[in-house]
Design a protein around this ligand. Sequence first.
Ligand SMILES: Nc1ncnc2c1ncn2[C@@H]1O[C@H](COP(=O)(O)OP(=O)(O)OP(=O)(O)O)[C@@H](O)[C@H]1O
Length: 382
Amino acid sequence: MSIAIDFNHVVKKYGDQAVIPGLSIKVKEGEFFTLLGPSGCGKTTLLRMVAGFNSIEGGEIKFDEKVMNDVKPSKRNIGMVFQNYAIFPHLSVKKNIAFGLENRKTPKAEIERRVDEILRIVQIEKFKDRLPENLSGGQQQRVALARAIVINPDVLLMDEPLSNLDAKLRIELRNAIRKIQKEVGITTVYVTHDQEEAMAVSDRIAVMKDGYIQHAGTPQNIYHRPANLFVSSFIGRSNILNATLFATNDKTEIVIHDKHRVVLTNIRQELIKSTKTNVQVCVRPEEFLFTSDTNGLKGKVQRSSFLGLNTNYFIELESGETVEVIQESDIDTLIPEGSVVYLKLNQAKVNVFNEDGSVNLTEGVKNDAAGEVQSEVNNVAI
Ligand SMILES: Nc1ncnc2c1ncn2[C@@H]1O[C@H](COP(=O)(O)OP(=O)(O)OP(=O)(O)O)[C@@H](O)[C@H]1O
């Protein structure tokens, strides 16, 4: 059985310091939900609150309709996977997996059946009689995952489960984790600081900073329509350019470096309080296009790198700023280093933020975070 988790104005304090000042979000039943953010933003703290290892100083955490604040960790029916595997070294793989069921006094035949089923799902049948010391890191982490899910938990919590593995294994195991989570359908909260990993495994991601969720949404929405400049810089690569936004009754346009004009049709007019506003424009490397139009942004190619599918260019603009441009590789053409080029923006894709970067002025942001930072953002005067 899987459940929904409701974080309702949750507060965590250490002494006087509120590391989570008030956080609200709903995790859906069966969802793969990831907490993503830089070191110290409060991901582990929040995960430990779900498990019951951390006290709650305000608000409530509910599993479906039940308030869990004072429920002991052992009564929460949670499976956990940590980065350091946490499996018993002296027990075989099979015994490690059976351990939680034996503790719960599950009948022997049922233990046999469940362990065999999980060995199959996690694809470690052939190692079932080995001791952990004779397994690779990735195989040990599969055992840890099997141990966590064999007890049929309501919630699966994972804290950086891949961070001790090498790059190739990380990709292999993250795909396995995603597949297994969908097969068993357990509501999952996953912690990572690796944005690519978060995008690869999650149904939804909450990008955190300083104990607040900045943006919660699908990987696609967070990438294409980040709620603020922090989110756009944290997820994927971004070129940030200063610009001026002019809004008249006829049209809205941005002017970059006093020269390059781009008409935009997707600005949230209700947020524009002045005919002339300083803004910051975020252009992903693939949202630049080369043009023969000399009204484009002029620059000089500093470095061209053929990467197979794509070609990567670093271009120094007249302003002295360097931007990164990615184009699908052409079979014969590589723009040589030193060439003068003109760039235009894919105007439907770029994001425009207010001067301090706290609000995306572009239409299409879908932010499910219902915490205080959200209402502050909505009230920002521009
Ligand atoms: N027991 C504690 N006492 C005091 N402060 C703490 C304690 N545990 C964590 N903190 C502080 O709370 C904040 C959030 O820490 P947390 O471990 O949740 O961050 P994180 O996002 O998981 O970081 P990382 O990715 O480095 O693990 C940090 O500023 C940390 O120093």
